[in-house]
Design a protein around this ligand. Structure first.
Ligand SMILES: O=C(O)C1=C[C@@H](OP(=O)(O)O)[C@@H](O)[C@H](O)C1
Ligand SMILES: C=C(OP(=O)(O)O)C(=O)O
Length: 447
C-alpha cells in the first residue's frame, strides 16, 4: 500500500445519531515496541491485542530480518522468539518501513548500536521525514552513517560499532521516538546512559524496559521533564505483553460522538496513560460530555470505558506544554473545534510539520476547503467554530499519505451539510485498518 498505490477516494456523509459500543484496535506505540522487545529478549514473548496495521507489520518484518522468529497465532495474538541484546543478525536486504516513523526510528536505535550494516527505507512520506534527530545521538554512541539522503533522510545506511558508547542526551525537541531510539541503542552500551527530557513524552519504552528486566530509573526533572537512567547490556527476558486499546484511534469515534447530533456511544477499554490523555483533558475543558463507566488495568496501563454523548462545545486555548500528550490528536481536535462556539487556539504545534505530512498545513487547507474559518499564526493553529451552526463540507481533501488527516476529515464529514470526500483513504490501514467498518457499525456513513 505504501509504494505507488492507486489513491482510494472515500466519502463521509451525515446520517442519524451514532449509537452503540466499540473497541478500537491495540495501541500502535506499544505494538511496535512489543515486536522490538520481543526481538531483543531471550525467550518467547507472547503478545495479545497487537495492532495488525501496516506500520506494525513493517516492524514485525524488520524483527524477522534481524533474526527473530515471529509467529501469528490468531487475531492480535503473536509470539516472538528473540535473539537477545547483542544477538542481531545482519539483514539480507534493506528494511522497508513503509509509512512508519516510529518503527524506523526505534529500529535505527536498535541496529545502529550493533556491529551490523542496515539500510532503512520507506514510502514517499517517510522519505521526507527528518532522521538527523536520531542520527545525531547515534553518532555520539559510535554509529557510522554510511550513506544518507540530504538532511539525514531515508534511504540511509548505518554501521554500528563493536561496542556502543553510553551517553547523556537531552533531546532537542519533545519526542518519544528520539528518547526511545537512544534508550534502545543504550542497551548495547556498557555502563549508564541518561536521557533528560525537558517535557515528558509517552513512557512506553521505559515501562517495557522495566517489564523485560532492565535496570532503569525515572525521576522528575524540572516542572515538566524527566531524567531516565538505563544500565546497559542487560539480559532482557521475554515477558507477556497485553496491548491496550489505542487512545489515538479512540479519538476518532470520540470526536464523532461529540459532533454528530443525538449521539450516545461507548468506547471500551481505552488506555488512559496520562502521557497520552491530552485530548480527553482538552475536550472536557471544551464542555464535552464524556463519562468514565468502568476502570480496569490491562498490561500495566489503566483503561476506561468512555461514554460519549453529543455535546455543545466551546472554544479553548490549548497550552503548548500539553502537546506531547496529544501530539497525534490535533487534526481531529481541530475537527471538534470547527463545531464549537468561539475560537480554539492550539499552541506550540511545530512538531506537526514533520509527521506523515505537514499536518498544520494539511489541517488548515482541508478545513478551509470544507468552509471552516481557520488560520496558522506562527506555530499555533486557530479555528473559529460554527457555534453549533452548520459546517459546509466538500472536498476533495488532500491527505498527503497521512492516515490521521484522512480519518479526521472523514469524521468531519459525518456532521457537515455536504459530504466530505478525502482524496485517498488507503493510508488508514497503517494505524486503524477497521476504521470504516467500525464507524459504520455505530451508524456512520463512510464509503
Ligand atoms: O514513540 C512513539 O510511539 C510515538 C511518538 C510520537 O512521535 P514523536 O516522537 O516524533 O513526537 C508520535 O507522534 C508517534 O505517533 C508515536
Ligand atoms: C506520527 C505518527 O506516526 P509515526 O511517527 O510512527 O509515523 C502517527 O501515527 O500519527
Amino acid at each position: 500500500m505504501s509504494h505507488d498505490h492507486e489513491p482510494v477516494p472515500v466519502t463521509a456523509r451525515a446520517g442519524g445519531p451514532l449509537k452503540g459500543r466499540v473497541r478500537v484496535p491495540g495501541d500502535k506505540s506499544i505494538s511496535h515496541r512489543a515486536m522490538i522487545f520481543g526481538l531483543l529478549a531471550i525467550g518467547e514473548t507472547k503478545v495479545t491485542g497487537l495492532l495488525e496495521g501496516e506500520d506494525v507489520m513493517r516492524t514485525a518484518a524488520a524483527a524477522r530480518a534481524l533474526g527473530a522468529i515471529v509467529h501469528h497465532d490468531g487475531p492480535g495474538a503473536w509470539r516472538v522468539q528473540g535473539v537477545g541484546v547483542g544477538g542481531l543478525r545482519e539483514p539480507a536486504g534493506m528494511l522497508d518501513f513503509g509509512n512508519a516513523g516510529t518503527g524506523s526510528r526505534l529500529m535505527m536505535g536498535v541496529c545502529g548500536s550493533h556491529p551490523i550494516t542496515t539500510t532503512f527505507d520507506g514510502d514517499a512520506s517517510l522519505r521526507k521525514r527528518p532522521m538527523r534527530r536520531i542520527l545525531d545521538p547515534l553518532e555520539q554512541m559510535g554509529t557510522v552513517v554510511v550513506s544518507q539522503q540530504e538532511g539525514g533522510r531515508v534511504p540511509l545506511t548505518l554501521r554500528g560499532p563493536k561496542e556502543a558508547i553510553p551517553i547523556t542526551y537531552r533531546p532537542p525537541v519533545a519526542s518519544a521516538q528520539i528518547k526511545s531510539a537512544v534508550l534502545l541503542a543504550a542497551l548495547a552500551a556498557p555502563g549508564e546512559t541518561t536521557v533528560i527530557e525537558a517535557e515528558a513524552t509517552r513512557d512506553h519504552t521505559e515501562k517495557m524496559l522495566a517489564h523485560f528486566g532492565a535496570e532503569i530509573t525515572v525521576t522528575q526533572e524540572g516542572e515538566h521533564g524527566r531524567r531516565i537512567v538505563l544500565k546497559g547490556q542487560p539480559e532482557l527476558k521475554a515477558a507477556p505483553i497485553v496491548v491496550p486499546a489505542d487512545p489515538s484511534s479512540a479519538a476518532f469515534p470520540l470526536v464523532a460522538g461529540l459532533i454528530v447530533p443525538g449521539s450516545d456511544i461507548l468506547i471500551e477499554s481505552v488506555m488512559t496513560n496520562p502521557l497520552r490523555s491530552g485530548l480527553l483533558t482538552t475536550l472536557r475543558e471544551m464542555g464535552a460530555d464524556i463519562t468514565i463507566e468502568r476502570e480496569a488495568n490491562e498490561g500495566g496501563e489503566t483503561v476506561c470505558d468512555l461514554r460519549v454523548r453529543a455535546s455543545g462545545l466551546k472554544g479553548v486555548t490549548v497550552p503548548p506544554e500539553r502537546a506531547p500528550a496529544m501530539i497525534d490528536e490535533y487534526p481531529v481536535l481541530a475537527v471538534a473545534a470547527s463545531f464549537a462556539t468561539g475560537t480554539t487556539r492550539m499552541r506550540g504545534l511545530q512538531e506537526l510539520r514533520v509527521k506523515e505530512s505537514d499536518r498544520l498545513a494539511a489541517v488548515e487547507a482541508g478545513l478551509k476547503a470544507a468552509g471552516v474559518n481557520c488560520r496558522i499564526e506562527g506555530d499555533d493553529l486557530i479555528v473559529e467554530g460554527s457555534g453549533g451552526g452548520p459546517v459546509r463540507g466538500g472536498g476533495p481533501i488532500a491527505t498527503h499519505l497521512d492516515h490521521r488527516i484522512a480519518m479526521s476529515f472523514l469524521i468531519l464529514g459525518l456532521a457537515t451539510e455536504q459530504p466530505v470526500v478525502v482524496d485517498d483513504g488507503a493510508m488508514i490501514a497503517t494505524s486503524f485498518p477497521s476504521f470504516i467498518p467500525l464507524m459504520n457499525g455505530l451508524g456512520g456513513q463512510i464509503g
